[in-house]
Design a protein around this ligand. Structure first.
Ligand code: ZN
Length: 78
């Protein structure tokens, strides 16, 4: 294994796309936690992870959450 992903290469900004209105919001992801819920700033929709995804970033973001980037697996044992 020659995977060298460390703090320098993790993407911490993700663009969340609201499934209801398509509004894009750039959010900074926590490096070691899941974000289950995100409220759309435009329409107020509550975003929740799709089945099988660990957080809203993996479902709706342009970049998967840091634990997925780092370990290739979800941050909450799923
Ligand atoms: Zn929305």
């Amino acid at each position: 294994m020659a995977t060298n992903i460390d703090g320098g290469t993790l993407m911490l900004e993700s663009r969340l796309a609201c499934p209801q209105c398509g509004h894009l919001s750039v959010e900074v992801m926590p490096t070691d936690a899941c974000v289950f819920f995100h409220e759309c700033a435009a329409c107020g929709a509550l975003l929740k992870p799709k089945p099988g995804d660990c957080c809203v970033f993996c479902s709706y973001g342009s970049v998967p959450c840091p634990p997925m980037q780092r370990q290739g697996r979800s941050c909450c044992g799923g």
